[in-house]
Design a protein around this ligand. Sequence first.
Ligand code: PDD
Length: 288
Amino acid sequence: MGLTMRIVYVNGDYLADTEAKISIFDRGFLFADGVYEVTSVLDGKLIDFTGHCTRLRRSLGELHMSLSLDDDQLLSIHRELVTRNALVEGLIYLQVTRGAADRDFVFPPADTPETVVLFTQEKPLIDSMLAARGQVIRTVEDQRWGRCDIKTVQLLFPSLAKMEAKAQGGDDAWLVRDGFVTEGSSNNAYIVLADGTIVTRDLSHSILSGITRKAVLECARKLQMKIEERPFTVEEALGAVEAFSTSASGFVSPVIEIDGHTIGEGKPGSTARQLREVYIAEMRKAAI
Ligand code: PDD
């Protein structure tokens, strides 16, 4: 996809993307020393903004990074970008890095100003081809570091895994460690058992605590669906009646095939379809 011109936010300024500048010494660039969030936008409004702010603060804290902007300021920047780019449906990407300093493995002094960048991305989220057709998944060994609970910008392995899945005819990769699925390349992974129980990996350092995951599990509880938060094997997934993933960019996305095995009837399942509908309706109501 080519770049479309837009107004972006860089360290206090709203600029045309072609005018935006970041130092080549930025630690995000040199060390992947930064964290990010992706918030979805529907009808020009932010979905679960509070959840994304809370997780951002946690990621920053785990990496001993500071941010001089409070949540209200972050909210106004998000809104300003929606307005300036006339964004109706899509995503807002936010990145905070430890700032620019001479290259050194030791962190720069704590008063080094952080780098804050935000930009919008137009994307059809409701009318998604993958949601309608269902995703084809390939499993790939999870070779990420041990702190996948922190939303860092070091995304090279997830990117390689997705390319590997695509090379094998898939849409996305599900990552596997010690025979158990951790999560998707950029989403959380779920299976549905014959008795309707939804199984998804429990929260730990092995996966990202998805903001969509939390909201979708709440929807499932309200719908009286049974939930088990525990690891599941690839073998168990292949025998599941349904599978799906969740993320801010995909909401609830059904899975129809894993490693060449058809899941259920090879079409989006009813649990995923119902959760997608209810999630979108609930989120639209609560959007700000
Ligand atoms: N990815 N797991 C991983 C590894 C992710 O990168 C993401 C999100 C999720 C789902 O989290 P949430 O529901 O909060 O979006 C789970 C974003 C969308 C991305 O990198 O584009």
